[in-house]
Design a protein around this ligand. Sequence first.
Ligand code: ADP
Ligand code: MG
Length: 249
Amino acid sequence: MGILEVKNVGKRFGGLQALSNVNLSIAENTVHALIGPNGAGKSTLLNCLVGKLIPDTGSVMFDGQSVLGRTPYEINQMGISRVFQTPEIFGDLTVMENMMIPCLAKRDGVFKLNALRTLGRDAEIRDKAEQMLIDMNMIEKREMHSASMSRGDKRRLEIGMCLAQEPRLLLLDEPTAGMARADTNNTIDLLKQIKAERDITIAIIEHDMHVVFSLAERITVLAQGTPLVEDVPEKIKGHPKVREAYLGE
Ligand code: ADP
Ligand code: MG
């Protein structure tokens, strides 16, 4: 039994069957990559896992509990945290202020923006946020205005903000999209470090094969809304069905 069990999931948008018969099992404490051509349904599937979309058919179980019918907030509280394709940080706030937000949300279960005014005086939250910034190797940037950071650093902060919620499953949708090579390599190193230091399962959608083969222990190839092949990276490399899916033959 995986920490995440997807069974027979289907999702239709009007006349388009975006997902059909999706079965996926993600083993606890592994890095599992989801790859496939543009439009294959990868993001749609991810959205079905976090409550942003409700599948038409099938089931999604996380740690033995159904996520279906729960709100994104409830699913997040269950232990699933998601990094979006574009960094979701508050550009007007400093790095430290941004990091305090998920720390507070984790402790108090809610977050109100006006809490920010008194947040700096909350020693417990400050300490936790500082520790997270140390873990993310960005403590020296704590007073920096978030909007002025590089794309790589924004992504690093955002991943840290997800981790501050102490998820058991971290989902990433193309975390290196639009990044320069150096930032991509830093992101690979960061995810390796996170995996080594924490009890966490990572599911990553990624089109950059260098990232996929640097991180993944298992790979599922999605094509036209259905898993085509699932295997260890060595078996996926050069797999005729995978080449076919990408070349659209
Ligand atoms: P991927 O992430 O693999 O590139 P997506 O899951 O984003 O693919 O999209 C799968 C298919 O579903 C695409 O054809 C896309 O245009 C379509 N699609 C995605 N979201 C919606 C939506 N909200 N409404 C209508 N069609 C959508
Ligand atoms: Mg996508």
